[in-house]
Design a protein around this ligand. Structure first.
Ligand SMILES: Cc1ncc(COP(=O)(O)O)c(C=O)c1O
Length: 368
């Protein structure tokens, strides 16, 4: 890990840049908003840790009622479980012998479940779970529209579920039905329409499974952009939003209930050069991901962040706003939260102008 950019008790102005800042008040309001938005419903909250990769944050979520966490990688699950998280769903296919061995070893230490979309993979998981003495809960992933992973809904999903159910060391736990593409459909009506079709496919698969004598204990899906739609469907009993804790430029464009969450994550940067028409700050491509669009400048209307290169970001005035001066600090809202977080070792957590906590991003780089 790199040297922390700040120490607890420092004034925010003293934090070295670029650094990843969490506005604790906004973050805590986001945590609470998620809980109250699900209030009164029996739908369980299992937030995705791919957003933050930080066990401290999962503990905050669990202390507010989440049943556990989702992870995308075995390495992320290892970090969370080593830090005391008791229930982790790996929302992914784990296929190589080494990773499968690590997965079943984890299932000795905590409740660990995993997704499948292939018969050979089911047989490999079963073969690995037996000698370790675990009965691994397995969810069949169904492709309800995004065409990423997942078996087709309906009969193909039922056939795979039957194979899981007949495997001695596996337990059929239900369906994983996540529509990644729908999360960022900006118009609420279009998003609802996309999810209506997806929820229909999920419901029909559940019906066919029931006919085959298989009950779904868990039906899980839903990110920040759609979780309220799954939660209200009567079909899903678990949702797995991640980005809501921090938000980003792209998610703020998503109309409807996601917009109730606040920006709580920022990259702070320092201006290090100034020309006639632009200024240059110390946050470029290695400080903020641009796969979903450029960062925006927080609280400085009239100032745009443009043309990042590896270690440089250009700032231009879009009206008559004066350019910032050398040494000025600017706060950027990342275009996309998850890959930005993965660039840092530390969250610098601030409240009232001071650094209140430093949280290590322990699963940063846990890509395996
Ligand atoms: C399977 C799965 N579940 C949940 C999420 C969380 O989604 P979001 O960050 O949009 O809330 C993701 C994000 O990519 C995901 O891949």
């Amino acid at each position: 890990m790199t040297i922390p950019p700040a120490q607890v008790g420092m004034r925010v102005e003293e934090v070295d840049t670029p650094a990843l800042i969490v506005d604790l008040d906004a973050y805590e309001r986001n945590l609470d908003r998620m809980v109250s938005s699900l209030g009164g419903s029996s739908v369980r909250l299992r937030p995705h840790a791919k957003t933050h990769k930080c066990p401290i944050i999962t503990h905050h979520q669990v202390s507010r009622g989440a049943v556990g966490a989702c992870c995308q990688k075995v390495g992320e699950a290892e970090v969370l479980i080593a830090d005391g998280v008791r229930d982790v769903l790996v929302t992914n296919q784990i296929v190589t012998p080494g990773k499968i061995a690590r997965l079943v070893a984890l299932a000795k230490k905590a409740v660990v479940s995993v997704c499948v979309d292939d018969a050979e993979n089911v047989r490999d998981l079963d073969a690995a779970a037996g000698p370790v003495g675990v009965r691994l809960p397995v969810l069949v992933e169904v492709d309800i529209g995004p065409h990423r992973c997942g078996v087709d809904p309906g009969e193909p999903a039922v056939a795979l579920a039957k194979l899981v159910d007949s495997s001695r060391h596996l337990r059929f736990a239900g369906l994983h039905a996540y529509h990644g593409k729908a999360q960022h459909i900006y118009a609420l009506e279009d998003r609802i329409n996309a999810m209506e079709a997806a929820i229909g496919l999920t419901a029909e698969t559940i019906r066919l499974l029931k006919e085959a004598g298989l009950e779904c204990e868990v039906v899980t899906g839903g990110g920040t952009g759609t979780y309220q739609i799954e939660a209200a469907s009567g079909v899903f009993n678990e949702v797995q939003p991640g980005s809501y804790i921090f938000m980003d430029v792209d998610y703020k464009r998503v109309e409807g209930f996601p917009s109730t969450f606040e920006n709580a994550l920022f990259v702070i940067a320092t201006v290090m050069s100034r020309g006639k028409e632009h200024a240059v700050c110390d946050a470029g491509l290695k400080a903020s991901s641009i796969d979903s669009g450029l960062p925006t400048v927080w609280d400085r209307p009239g100032l745009a962040y443009l043309k990042p290169s590896d270690e440089h970001g250009s700032l231009r005035s879009t009206d008559s706003t004066p350019l910032p001066r050398i040494g000025d600090r600017i706060w950027l809202v990342p275009g996309h939260v998850d890959p930005t977080v993965n660039l840092y070792d530390w969250f610098v957590c601030v409240r009232g102008g001071y650094v209140e906590a430093m949280w290590p991003i322990l699963a940063r780089g846990a890509l395996r």
